[in-house]
Write a protein that binds this ligand. Structure first.
Ligand SMILES: [Zn+2]
Ligand SMILES: [Zn+2]
Ligand SMILES: [Zn+2]
Length: 175
């Protein structure tokens, strides 16, 4: 995502840093407000209308990596008790289409959502319990998984790599 940086914005940031350097009053923590403001900004930069369900859905996905829809709905209802399933489905779909969250669906699994996007990371998936773990892509520029031996003229923007196996908890204990 390209974020425009305006002169005015930088100037205000300088002022802010300056006051911190001067050792003025410690910044008051508005953690919740800041998160909400951040989420609103993310929606606006993607040209999405800011709605309560979208804000809450983004927060739920951020707080629950690789969550399925039911988990997201439960988490959203902690802040918006009366939100409908449909509103959460719609929010997940809009956020996914805008590239703010990523939807993965390992074979045999329901759709899972995560807010870690744009880093070409891959997943370890346990065949037994379904646990999903992030793994960084192999290093290299471009990463080796993005350069097939023959690209057939495609411009490639993503390599979806799933490593299947058994997580540490599901492996049979060594005899
Ligand atoms: Zn497992
Ligand atoms: Zn992931
Ligand atoms: Zn890779």
């Amino acid at each position: 995502m390209i974020r425009a940086s305006t002169g005015g914005c930088q100037a205000s940031r300088l002022v802010l840093n300056h006051s911190v350097l001067l050792g003025s009053d410690p910044p008051v923590s508005h953690e919740h407000d800041e998160h909400r403001a951040g989420a609103e900004q993310v929606l606006r930069s993607a040209d999405l209308r800011v709605t309560g369900p979208r804000i809450a859905t983004l927060a739920a996905v951020r707080g629950n990596a690789h969550a399925d829809t039911e988990t997201v709905i439960r988490a959203v209802r902690e802040t918006l008790p009366s939100v409908s399933h449909q509103a959460v489905y719609d929010s997940l779909s809009a956020l996914t289409q805008a590239g703010i969250i990523r939807r993965i669906q390992p074979s045999g699994s329901v759709a899972l959502y995560e807010s870690r996007v744009g880093d070409n990371h891959h997943h370890l998936v346990c065949r037994s319990c379904g646990r999903v773990v992030d793994v960084a892509c192999e290093h290299g520029a471009p990463p080796p998984c993005m350069t097939p031996t023959d690209g057939h003229g495609f411009t490639i923007d993503e390599a979806e790599v799933v490593y299947w196996g058994l997580c540490a908890d599901c492996q049979p204990a060594a005899a």
